[in-house]
Design a protein around this ligand. Structure first.
Ligand code: NMX
Ligand code: MLT
Length: 434
């Protein structure tokens, strides 16, 4: 049995009385009042979900298990030889347990992942069955959905297991899924954009390095992958992707069904797809500029033209954040260090300067919409040779699955608050106006 599972068993036994106490003693506690504006704003600021995994402060950004992102990058030990970024497996350990892992615990998890990474043949056949030019996110979602056949949890549930023990098969499913996602995603990439030949995974590598290997990308793409998956792992539970997985999972659908649904939500342009929209939008400008870097005034004009045509500026603004996204800052610092002369980075750098004041002048957003995670991620991918930007949201999806998986085993842990969630969230207009 893996060390992680033993640790979780102990923690679950410690945590259960806490949840029970909340349920027994605080059930009538009034958390908030809800306004029509909040409902129309898409459940804006309504506190109605429980999670221990991450917390999003509007002024500070995301904290994973209480740690800010800079703290995460500083504290997560150890690093692969010559690597700048921590292992993704270290973050997975932290999100699952709340503890910064030791080197042995990370090694143990790397080993677990390499044992679980083999993807059933029929999943490759599902991917192969897609016609050419399919949407990578739709293909990714369907491959994950097909794997529902593998769900250990669904089998156990059918066989009749006590709900106190459900976390165990949920845990097994969650690690199985996470270990397989890089294999699936890299095959979709090979099918859509390379020669269709799968690069077989290397069991001696960690998740980030193995993904780089299967994508056919040289160093430092291993570090780029580690950074990307770590910063995208979770963003509280209320965003479309995490919330969707939570909601679907609350009916005790297995993790494959829940994650596939999450991928579908992430695929929208106001959510994860914005990271590729940024590149598409900038490419259009680059074409217009004939390869020249625009002046500040030319860039301002391009931003205004986009706004006047009724479109949003991708990569800017956020439903919760009221400052520059720390995920943006981490990628910006990486770019300043490694790719300062990249022509697209120069565009992005200019946008950082011109967009917030323009959006403030436009006057729609209450706060100047600062750059979010998506404003920077595509540029780094592009620089390291991943120029097929239609694929970028798949990368976001691998990262986001980590937070979903950590929450998923927690579904088995908490049990109480996730029963067929959201039964009475609707308001009836007729009743309201009567
Ligand atoms: N460009 C143009 N208008 C904007 C932008 C933007 N980047 N951001 C906000 N606004 C508008 C917004 O459309 C709304 O207008 P209206 O009243 O006509 O509907 C108004 O400002 C107020 O919006 P906010 O309350 O500040 O933000 P809201 O929560 O409604 O929207 C986003 C949040 C993220 C959907 C919005 O900022 C946006 O569309 N950004 C561009 C797309 C993007 O980058 N999405 C990625 C988000 C992060 N992620 O990875 O998922
Ligand atoms: C996310 O990472 O999910 C996005 O920033 C959207 C959000 O948190 O609302």
């Amino acid at each position: 049995m893996s060390n992680l599972k033993e640790v979780l068993r102990e923690k679950i036994n410690q945590q259960r009385p806490r949840t029970q106490k909340l349920h027994d003693e605080f059930s009538d506690f009034v958390v908030d009042k809800v306004t029509i504006g909040q409902i129309l704003g898409g459940m804006r600021g309504i506190k109605c979900l429980v999670t221990d995994i991450s917390y999003l402060d509007p002024k500070e950004g995301i904290r994973y298990r209480g740690y800010t992102l800079p703290e995460i990058f500083e504290k997560l030990p150890p690093r692969a030889k010559g690597a700048e970024m921590p292992y993704v497996e270290g973050l997975i350990y932290l999100l699952y347990t709340g503890d910064i892992p030791t080197k042995n615990q990370v090694d143990d998890l790397i080993d677990e992942f390499s044992k679980r990474r083999i993807v059933p043949r029929y999943v490759y056949e599902v991917i192969d069955a897609w016609p050419c030019c399919g949407n990578p996110m739709a293909i990714f979602s369907s491959a994950i959905l097909a794997m529902s056949r593998e769900s250990f949890f669904a089998k156990k549930y059918k066989a009749g297991v006590s709900k106190m023990d459900l976390w165990e098969p949920m845990y097994e499913d969650s690690l199985n899924l996470l270990a397989k996602l890089p294999e699936i995603a890299s095959y979709i990439y090979a099918k859509l954009y390379r020669d269709g030949k799968r690069i077989v995974g290397n069991p001696d590598l960690d998740l980030g390095a193995n993904f780089a290997h299967m994508m056919g990308k040289a160093k430092p793409y291993d570090d780029v992958s580690r950074m990307h998956f770590i910063i995208h792992a979770d963003h509280e539970s209320g965003n479309v992707s995490a919330h969707t997985a939570h909601l679907v999972g609350s009916s005790l659908s297995d993790i494959y069904l829940s994650t596939s649904a999450m991928i579908n939500g992430l695929a929208g342009p106001l959510h994860g797809l914005a990271n590729q929209e940024v590149l598409r939008w900038l490419q259009d400008l680059m074409d217009k500029m004939g390869g020249e870097t625009p002046t500040e005034n030319e860039m301002k004009q391009y931003v205004w033209d986009t706004l006047h045509s009724g479109q949003v500026i991708p990569g800017f603004g956020h439903a919760v954040l009221r400052k520059t996204d720390p995920r943006y800052t981490i990628q910006r610092e990486f770019s300043l260090k490694h790719i300062p002369e990249d022509p697209i980075f120069k565009y992005v750098d200019l946008l950082y300067k011109v967009v917030p004041p323009i959006l403030q002048e436009q006057g729609k957003a209450k706060n100047p919409p600062w750059p979010n995670v998506d404003a920077q991620s595509g540029v780094i991918q592009w620089h390291y040779g991943l120029t097929e930007y239609d694929f970028y949201t798949v990368l976001f999806g691998i990262g986001r699955s980590i937070g979903i998986a950590a929450t998923w085993y927690g579904t088995g842990l908490y049990n109480i608050h996730l029963k067929d969630q959201n039964r009475s969230l609707q308001i009836c207009w007729k009743k309201l106006w009567a």
